[in-house]
Design a protein around this ligand. Structure first.
Ligand SMILES: Cc1cc2nc3c(=O)[nH]c(=O)nc-3n(C[C@H](O)[C@H](O)[C@H](O)COP(=O)(O)OP(=O)(O)OC[C@H]3O[C@@H](n4cnc5c(N)ncnc54)[C@H](O)[C@@H]3O)c2cc1C
Length: 285
């Protein structure tokens, strides 16, 4: 382990998980970073960026990828490039698309999945995808290890929900054999217009056996429309155009009811994304 000092900033670089967790317990005000590509971009009090940093990048336990028959586990400090290269043929295609969309090759060489999930002020590219994939996170602090579902770790405006001295130490992504997966990101990151749609579907012959969709607007508000999902599960493909229109109307009403503050443009985008996805589903027969 080492401690570097630069101007007013002190950087602690542990090489073992034990040293990392002990240091973080004793310095709960220190800010952990992995690639640093988000933290230093957003540099400011919102991310808690202060005088003391902990570099997660030298802890080997946090930099590994492993897999079983049922899931793949990714260390939070593994670079996005490495995840893409190692997991390309096994990871869900929607996640692959989200990872490929992050920045450029230079950014992806440093950026990590842990940092993408744990950004406090924004919901970043992988969040609406991971939300659909039943992802679980291992959280550790000295003397305690627990597993949480991503939808409990970050829920609505809340989260990431970490105890003092606690870090994400593993990200578990189940393999679920989706038949159709779509990820679409529009407009510039960190602008109110930024928009992500993700949809995944499993079919049994021509019947929808599972369907999940998420929409993320302005890098913050993330919506799942479970009643529309429930309406579609069990339906036979193709979905007739009039039923597609009815789903669009239901979605519209739901958003107006639950998010009255949302502007018409975004309501329209959400509705259009659902239409587009249903079209892809019909074509996938
Ligand atoms: C040019 C450019 C383009 C970009 N484009 C995109 C894009 O298209 N989509 C996108 O999503 N992002 C984008 N980003 C932002 C960023 O690169 C990614 O979100 C990246 O995945 C963040 O990972 P990181 O390791 O760099 O995070 P860091 O900056 O290291 O950390 C981010 C936050 O997570 C916390 N954290 C990190 N690891 C842990 C952990 N294990 N436990 C608890 N907390 C932790 C940190 O304290 C910090 O608050 C871009 C950045 C740049 C510079």
């Amino acid at each position: 382990m080492s401690v570097r000092k630069q101007r007013n900033t002190k950087v602690f670089s542990p090489t073992t998980l034990q040293d990392l967790l002990s240091y973080y317990r004793d310095h709960p005000g220190a800010v952990p970073f992995a690639g640093g590509t988000y933290l230093f971009l957003s540099k400011g009090p919102r991310e808690g960026f202060g005088g003391e940093l902990i570099d997660l990048g030298h802890v080997s336990e946090l930099s590994q990828i492993s897999r079983t028959e049922r899931y793949m586990e990714i260390g939070p400090a593994v670079s996005i490039s490495k995840i893409i290269n190692t997991g390309r043929h096994v990871m869900p295609r929607s996640l692959y698309a989200a990872l490929r969309n992050i920045g450029n090759a230079a950014v992806r060489n440093h950026a990590t999945l842990g940092g993408n999930i744990c950004a406090r002020s924004h919901r970043l590219s992988t969040y609406p995808v991971l939300l659909l994939l039943d992802v679980r996170l291992e959280l550790r602090r000295v003397g305690n290890t627990r597993w949480v579902n991503l939808n409990r770790f970050i829920s609505g405006d809340e989260g990431p929900l970490l105890e003092p001295g606690e870090l994400v130490t593993r990200i578990r992504i189940p393999f679920m054999d989706w038949d159709v997966e779509q990820f679409r990101q529009q407009e510039r990151l960190f602008t109110p217009e930024h928009f992500i749609f993700c949809g995944v579907v499993r079919k049994q012959k021509d019947v929808i056996s599972d369907l999940r969709t998420s929409f993320c607007i302005g890098n913050r508000l993330t919506i799942r429309t479970r009643n529309i999902e429930a309406e579609l599960i069990g339906r036979k493909l193709p979905i007739p155009p009039e039923d597609g229109l009815e789903m669009g109307r239901m979605l519209h009403q739901q958003i107006e009811r639950n998010h009255p503050e949302m502007d018409k443009f975004n309501v329209h985008r959400i509705r259009r994304s659902l239409n587009w996805f249903l079209q892809i589903l019909n074509d996938s027969e």
